[in-house]
Design a protein around this ligand. Sequence first.
Ligand code: 13P
Length: 256
Amino acid sequence: MSMKTRVPLLAGNWKMYKTVSESVSFARDLVNACRAVNGREVLVCPPFPSLTSVKEITKGTGIRLGAQDLHWEMQGAFTGEVSAPMLKDAGCDYVLIGHSERRQYFGETDDTVHKKMKAAFQHGLLPVVCVGESLAERESGSHLSVVDRQLRVGVSGLTAQESLRLVIAYEPVWAIGTGKTATPDQAQEMHASIRKILGDLYEKSAAEKIRVLYGGSIKPDNIDSLMAQPDIDGGLVGGASLKVADFERIVRYRDV
Ligand code: 13P
């Protein structure tokens, strides 16, 4: 048994998959599959149009709801954007921020990540801030310093209270959707480094409470060895979160 005191968080990022009716039927199956899951938190992050329907189904179950992005302003003339109060009212508990696909295809930066994170806390949403290096950065040996910079700009400036509730997701870009998972040792090295940086930014005791998730080609057959690492507190799952049986097995990982 591990000595972790942090409640593990297993999160599914559905990305741009599932219509509203597909989301509804999937959520019903998932509620059944996740009965009697104890001691770990389960989160699903469907596309915006599905949020309220999925909320109807997951309400009163242990499954939490998250959005995949938000805008930092409360409201305004920002066509196509969605704000924190809107997501909160739609039933969201969490919101993903700064996913590498948002950084890569939609120009998000550490500064926008920071603004979005502050807006999330201000309106009662818990941010899951995503960080991670590219393949070129890993190969040149700069992965630790890249993530260091992403964190120092992205997640600075929280109150002590807020810092305790922050969630970080380490997702190496080269492992996302590629079937190439980081080894447990590679992930653990980065997670330990992330926790050390969080200890510099906040109290060391706060850093011990912040959950750091791993993401990138998590599958039923690699979740157990990842979760066995001392600083891995959960997973952010893409492809494998779209299949009930796979996601159920991930949620029910064996704590070895
Ligand atoms: P995959 O699990 O499909 O590699 O995606 C990971 C991810 O980007 C989750 O946010």
